[in-house]
Design a protein around this ligand. Structure first.
Ligand code: KIV
Length: 405
């Protein structure tokens, strides 16, 4: 669930016209570049001219200039090349390229025949039979319910982002995001629906499976969609069971307070970790009268606080707090031993969650108060696509280097 039409204050609700397809946000964007910072280390016995050759190959992040005329004796030195990068993703892609470089050295003629695509890295990365340099196999420690508890105890902030496919899952996982939420917000940002109510369990399972395939370390949380758990604990068990079994989810999330405690208890008894969701619960959009901030009225705040305790006692491993006053979220966070994850709930929550497309500025006309655009991908993608269109129309793409002979 997700207040996609904007988490709006009741008093602003009438006047705000979000989702205008033409209005583009003029907010300043803070990009977060990741410079490659590569550095090659070699054995001292390597010949100097080879070292510089290897070094320049190692530094070649892109596809240009990989040489094919290296003597076969050089092959034996290749495994000694280690390339140090700042992130595990860069480390992995570099080792793939080392494998590709090796392949080219072993069979330069294959490259000439077009068997290895000298300047098309993804193809060249494929030769699986090539001996790889021995790398210490360092498996990332998986995020589990225990990690969440420990992080809360240490006072370490948790990060959660939505993901709906394997490509984004891999990106976010390798960037170190601890929890990937396959949110039913996909109904809005992927399917273009008005709200999340029409999303089906089969759709959630499909997207969860895609995300699980792209994830190695993060905890994958699958949303239980509207009417897949409200009817009874038995229905919740059946739906959550499918998300775990067929979708590969590590945990499920469901919306609601004291009224869904029996469902949560049943799932926890069955060994399924559950994330709760309180405050603005978009599956109740019609009951709330829109995507409006919750918990301003004292009796509403009391009900949310009571629900948070009830959910914790029922065994949830964390609770998403959406669209509530920061002070209320802070009070709830302090009262719980499990982590809270906020969206539009202030900085005192134990963690934060955003919809990935919002963070990346992919819908410039959607900029409610709780969203920060960390990039302007709408503009970047739009410019790239326009350049492609122009180049195709003017027969500037593809060039000879993109063609086969
Ligand atoms: O569906 C979703 O994406 C969510 C988050 C916004 C919390 O529930």
């Amino acid at each position: 669930m997700y207040g996609r039409h904007g988490l709006i204050e009741e008093k602003e609700q009438q006047s705000l016209a979000l989702h205008s397809p033409t209005s583009h946000s003029s907010d300043a964007f803070a990009a977060s570049p990741h410079p490659p910072n590569a550095q090659a280390e070699m054995r001292p016995e390597m010949r100097p001219e080879m070292r510089s050759e290897m070094r320049s190959e190692a530094r070649s992040e892109t596809r240009v200039g990989l040489k094919t005329n290296v003597q076969s004796s050089a092959i034996h030195s290749v495994p000694t090349l280690r390339v140090l990068h700042t992130s595990s993703s860069q480390r992995r892609s570099t080792s793939l390229r080392e494998g590709a470089a090796l392949a080219r050295m072993e069979a330069p003629e294959a490259e000439e025949q077009g068997g290895l695509h000298a300047e098309h890295v993804p193809q060249a990365e494929r030769p699986l039979s090539i001996p790889r340099p021995a790398e210490p196999a360092k498996k990332p420690r998986k995020i589990t319910v225990r990690t969440l508890r420990e992080m809360k105890q240490r006072g370490e902030k948790l990060t959660m982002l939505t993901a709906y496919d394997a490509t984004f899952a891999r990106l976010l996982d390798e960037a170190g995001i601890e929890m990937l939420l396959v949110g039913d917000s996909l109904g809005m940002v992927v399917q273009g629906q008005e709200n999340t109510l029409s999303v089906t369990l089969d759709e959630m399972i499909y997207h969860t499976r895609c995300v699980a395939r792209g994830t190695k370390r993060a905890m994958v949380v699958g949303d239980l969609p509207f009417m897949s758990y409200q009817i009874s604990p038995a229905q919740a068990l059946e739906s959550a069971g499918r998300l775990v079994k067929e979708g590969g989810a590590h945990a499920v999330k469901l919306e609601g307070g004291e009224e869904v405690v029996p469902q949560i208890a049943a799932l926890v008894r069955a060994g399924i970790p559950v994330v709760g969701h309180l405050g603005l619960t978009p599956q109740s959009v019609h009951a709330m009268g829109g995507f409006v901030v919750q918990g301003r009225a004292p009796e509403q705040a009391q009900a949310i606080k009571r629900s948070a305790i009830a959910l914790q006692e029922a065994g949830v491993c964390s609770i998403v707090l959406e669209g509530i006053p920061a002070a209320l979220a802070s009070e709830i966070t302090a009262s719980l031993s499990i982590p809270t994850i906020g969206i539009g709930a202030g900085v005192e929550c134990d963690g934060q969650v955003l919809v990935i497309y919002d963070l990346l500025g992919m819908s410039p006309d959607f900029k409610p108060r709780f969203v920060k655009h960390y990039a302007d991908l709408f503009t970047s993608i739009s410019e790239a696509v326009q350049t492609y269109r122009d180049e195709v129309k003017q027969a500037e793409f593809p060039r000879s280097e993109h063609s086969f002979f």
